[in-house]
Design a binder for this molecule. Structure first.
Ligand SMILES: [Zn+2]
Length: 106
């Protein structure tokens, strides 16, 4: 696929995701309910296709992500994102900063 087509594809997908986000925040409840029958199967189908493309091999390595790395074990970011969004708590991870106590300068 050439770069122009890639960009058009990415733009179309982002536009559709923006549309879904807008529906969540702006549509009334009856509209949301009627769209759920079509949107939820689209989203679950998209996730299943994506996860199938990142299915680990017999060594437990992602066939797509591991092929890009020559050294070390690449963790599949697609499965990590799926777990974060579908299973784990969706609140953003807030890393706590470690504050070191410095002696007061006098
Ligand atoms: Zn992967």
């Amino acid at each position: 696929m050439d770069e122009v087509l890639d960009q058009a594809l990415r733009a179309a997908v982002r536009k559709r995701l923006d549309y879904f986000d807008a529906l969540v925040h702006q549509a009334d409840d009856p509209s949301k309910s009627s769209l759920a029958d079509t949107v939820i199967p689209q989203l679950t189908g998209a996730w299943r296709d994506l996860l199938a493309a990142h299915e680990p091999d017999e060594r437990g390595l992602c066939r797509t992500c591991s092929a890009r790395r020559l050294f070390g074990r690449a963790r599949c970011t697609v499965w990590q994102a799926a777990h974060l969004r579908l299973i784990a708590d969706e609140r953003p991870v807030v890393r706590r900063r470690r504050f070191r106590c410095r002696p007061a300068a006098f």
